[in-house]
Write a protein that binds this ligand. Sequence first.
Ligand code: PRP
Ligand code: URA
Length: 211
Amino acid sequence: MRVFVADHPLITHKLTVLRDKDTAQPTFRALIEEIVTLLAYEATREVIVEEIEVETPVRKTVGVRLAHPVPLVVPILRAGLGMLEGMVKLLPTAEVGFLGMARDETTFQPLTYAERLPENLEGRQCYVLDPMLATGGSLAAAVQFLFDRGADDVTAVCVLAAPEGIERLRKTTEGRNVTLVLGAVDERLNEHGYIVPGLGDAGDRLYGTID
Ligand code: PRP
Ligand code: URA
C-alpha cells in the first residue's frame, strides 16, 4: 500500500479550524470540501487518461482526457458524503457509487446498511472517500467490497488517520494495488476508538447527531 500524507501549510491551516470544537457546521462542511479538493490533486496523480487531438487557434496538438471506463468515486455514508463535491470538482466526469456503513460504537465493527455500486468493477479506478480512518474497520470493509466486485486499483482519501487504522488497511490489502491519501496522521486512538487529537465525530459535525 502506498501512503501519501499531505504536508502543506494550507491543508494544516484548514485542519486546525476543523479540529476546533467551536467551528460551526457550515464552516466545517466548507472546509472538508476544500481539503478534499486539495487532496484530490494528489489522489488523482495516476488517473488513467488517453490522448486526443485538439485544435488550438494556432495549430493542432495532442492533449488528454479521462480514459473509459471513467473512474468511480465511492463516498462512505454518512461522513464521506461531505467529501463528494470536493472530489468531483476535480473529476467532473467520474461516476459515483455509494456505500452506507455505520460503526458499532461498542465493538467497532462496521455494519454495511446500503450499497449502490456497479456489479462489475474490473478495470475501474475507484476512489473511496471517508474523512476518518480510525480502527480501519470501515475502510477495510469498503475496500474489500470493491475487490469482491473485481476492482484492482483503489485509492482511499481520508482527512485524518490514526496509525492503528493505517496498519490495519496495510495488512488487509497486502499485495493489492491500494493507495492511501491523507490530510494528516494523528497520534493514536483513545479507548472509545476515536482519533486523538482528531476532530470528534465527523458525521455528527457535518450532519448533526442522530441518537
Ligand atoms: C465514522 C467515519 C468512518 C468510521 C471510522 O463513521 O466516517 O466511516 O467512523 O471508524 P473506523 O475506522 O474505526 O471504522 P460512522 O460509523 O460514525 O458513521 P457516520 O459517517 O454515519 O457518522
Ligand atoms: N469516527 C469519527 O467520526 N471520528 C473518530 O475519531 C473515529 C471514528
